[in-house]
Design a protein. Structure first.
Length: 239
């Protein structure tokens, strides 16, 4: 009986320290609950901190507490840390993503606007600007805001039962992007396979689908006009 009790005690301690270990950089996870995701974030966050002295933490929230904004919530969390800390926050129910730091000087190490851009490339930005810009200032503003690594993935459709997979892919993509920018600014290299091209694979498929839709639209428009030219005397309904 004593042996069993001792075994349960040891197991409890192991689970406690494992939970503590995997909660340093994935600071809070109310959404994913995937050990592999936790391990990847912890490995990258730990290496980044050791090489740069900057702590990059990820919050995966189900919902922001009522009567508070995401910014207020982030500032409250950041106030707990004395070391240079950057916080990447995701809220599922509020459909919000943000990046804040506990020291203004940390923003020089990464491009917040680029990371949170809703578009991935200049071609996609041009299409959005052409359709939605209300002025030349809007047009150039959209064109200068590209390279997003989170929102383009979050905006994509997920197969049934794989919504958390989409969340984890998008947020780790952004987490990796920020880490790589900090490492580059600090003149260090990240190991463990976190090379500069690692976060581009998923974005390649986003671009592929986007350009596929553009190409499909162009082909259908061309076919429609060719058909009209061959049947000039027929009446057509607008579409």
């Amino acid at each position: 009986m004593k042996t069993l009790t001792r075994g349960l005690y040891v197991l409890t301690l192991i689970l406690f320290f494992q939970t503590h270990l995997f909660a340093e950089y994935l600071y809070k996870d109310e959404v994913i609950h995937n050990p592999k995701f936790s391990e990847e974030v912890e490995a990258l966050g730990s290496e980044l901190y050791k090489k740069t002295g900057i702590s990059l933490k990820l919050l995966m929230l189900r919902e922001i507490p009522k009567d508070t904004t995401m910014y207020e919530y982030e500032k409250k969390i950041l106030s707990q840390f004395k070391t240079p800390t950057i916080l990447l926050t995701f809220s599922e129910m509020n459909s919000q993503v943000d990046i804040e730091a506990n020291d203004k000087s940390l923003y020089k190490y990464f491009d917040k606007k680029q990371v949170l851009s809703p578009v991935t490339s200049y071609v996609q930005a041009f299409m959005m600007a052409a359709f939605y810009a209300k002025s030349w200032d809007d047009f150039f503003s959209i064109m200068n805001n590209t390279g997003g690594t989170i929102l383009p993935l979050l905006g994509g459709k997920a197969k049934k039962g794989r919504i958390t997979g989409k969340y984890s892919a998008a947020m780790f993509n952004g987490y990796l992007d920020i880490a790589q920018q900090i490492a580059k600014a600090k003149g260090v290299e990240l190991g463990h396979g976190f090379d500069s091209d690692a976060n581009q694979t998923s974005l390649f498929y986003v671009k592929l689908v986007f350009y596929g839709f553009i190409l499909y639209g162009i082909v259908m428009l061309f076919k429609r006009r060719m058909y009209k030219m061959r049947h000039k005397n027929e009446n057509f309904r607008k579409w």
